[in-house]
Write a new protein. Structure first.
Length: 406
């Protein structure tokens, strides 16, 4: 982050948010992956002696929020009916006054529209989080999405997202702050993953001891790059890599899944492809792979699998597209000796095969050194603790900025 968002402490050593009340508007409290960041921030706020509130419909994570020191408020943050939203704005205004809320952070479009109406003519700053923008948007969708760029501060998770927001909504350019997503890295410490867990997966996938796995963990869809990886694998086999096995891990349905099935058949590689809808042990799955591949042919907003693969120490090859390449250190941004993975142009099986081949050719010492660099990289840039700390810093900065404007 910029110097404006440096960790904000008073001279007494207490966080600038101590004593403040912060309300997060969250669409749900159901999924750790989707809704966990709000809980992580709530816990960090409580640890900084601030008062964290989360407004959301009932969900299984309510008890987890309360255990972290947060307060849950039942609120229709998913509502899209104009009448319900108008009533929610009135409720939110009353909530701001009753709870003496100092800042609101809206994490969804409906919640942001409600918050925008509620904070009007108040001194309460609005922070929004924008993780992605839908492709092929209509004029109506563009206008609907625009609320996420209307906050006093717009938090994005990547340079790619920051550039996209600034391009689509130029007025937001001076209010964008980047806070990279946080991932719980503890389960992905390679030394903590028992060999028996890896072996169990290899047996379930029918992988022999002398065979090497190329893992693509994403729901079946051509835009996720399954066909590109199939073509790259064919090239590798033609060059003599007959010990490769492809594992496609992810649940899909409908036309997208059928397209991937057809691509497998057309490639003639069906005998070496393993498909699995789910995996209860992703750390072991990533460690079982010789190389983890993220060959998307359309931009993505984050590269969780890339981060998790680096955390376990498995070489990763990603498409140089969207936000995913920002999770990997690779030339030309750094020297080859400092790389933590490979970036390749999307939709190019030849370049993908070259990168995978280079990763497969690493000797034991080079692979160990890569694993160490990769783990240190993700710990430094993608930990939950860093994400929560930088989010609180952003809150403190926008409150300070708002105070100087009054």
């Amino acid at each position: 982050m910029s110097e404006d968002f440096a960790f904000t402490l008073s001279r007494r050593g207490t966080h600038a948010l101590a004593g403040r009340t912060v309300l997060q508007l969250v669409p749900a409290l159901e999924s750790v992956e989707a809704d966990g960041p709000a809980l992580d921030v709530a816990g960090a706020l409580a640890g900084s002696n601030a008062r964290p509130l989360i407004a959301a419909p009932p969900g299984p994570l309510v008890s987890e929020l309360q255990a972290r020191g947060g307060v849950w408020l039942d609120f229709p943050t998913r509502a899209k009916n104009p009448i319900v939203m108008a009533l929610a704005v009135r409720r939110l205004r009353a909530l701001i006054a009753r709870e003496k809320i100092d800042l609101i952070h809206a994490r969804s479009r409906p919640g942001a529209w409600m918050a925008l109406g509620a904070v009007r003519n108040t001194r309460v700053p609005l922070v929004t989080s924008l993780s992605h923008l839908a492709a092929g948007r209509t004029v109506v969708r563009h206008q609907y999405d625009s609320v996420m760029a209307k906050g006093d501060l717009v938090i994005v998770g990547s340079n790619y997202a920051a550039a996209t927001v600034a391009s689509l909504y130029p007025g937001a350019a001076g209010r964008i702050a980047m806070v990279r997503p946080g991932v719980d890295l503890k389960p992905f410490a390679g030394q903590a993953i028992a060999p028996a867990r890896v072996q169990a997966l290899r047996q379930a996938w029918k992988i022999a001891a002398d065979e090497r796995i190329l893992l693509l963990a994403a729901r079946p869809s051509i835009w996720k790059g399954h066909k590109v990886l199939l073509d790259a694998t064919r090239l590798l086999i033609d060059m003599g890599a007959h010990d490769l096995r492809l594992v496609f891990l992810g649940e899909g349905k409908g036309g997208a899944a059928r397209e991937v099935e057809q691509a497998i058949t057309a490639s003639g590689l069906g005998a070496i492809v393993r498909t699995a809808k789910t995996c209860a042990d992703m750390p072991a799955a990533l460690l079982a792979a010789a190389v983890v591949v993220v060959p998307s042919i359309e931009p993505e907003s984050f590269g969780r699998i890339s981060v998790e693969a680096q955390a376990v120490g498995t070489p990763v090859v990603v498409s140089d597209l969207g936000a995913v390449p920002e999770t990997v250190l690779a030339p030309p941004d750094i020297e080859a000796s400092r790389r933590t993975g490979w970036r390749v142009s999307p939709s190019d099986p030849g370049l993908l095969a070259d990168a995978i081949g280079e990763a497969l050719a690493l000797g034991a010492s080079s692979r160990d050194a890569l694993a160490l660099r990769a783990r240190r990289h993700v710990e430094a840039h993608f930990s939950i603790e860093r994400m929560a700390r930088e989010t609180l810093d952003a809150y403190a900065a926008v409150l300070a900025r708002k105070a100087t404007q009054e």
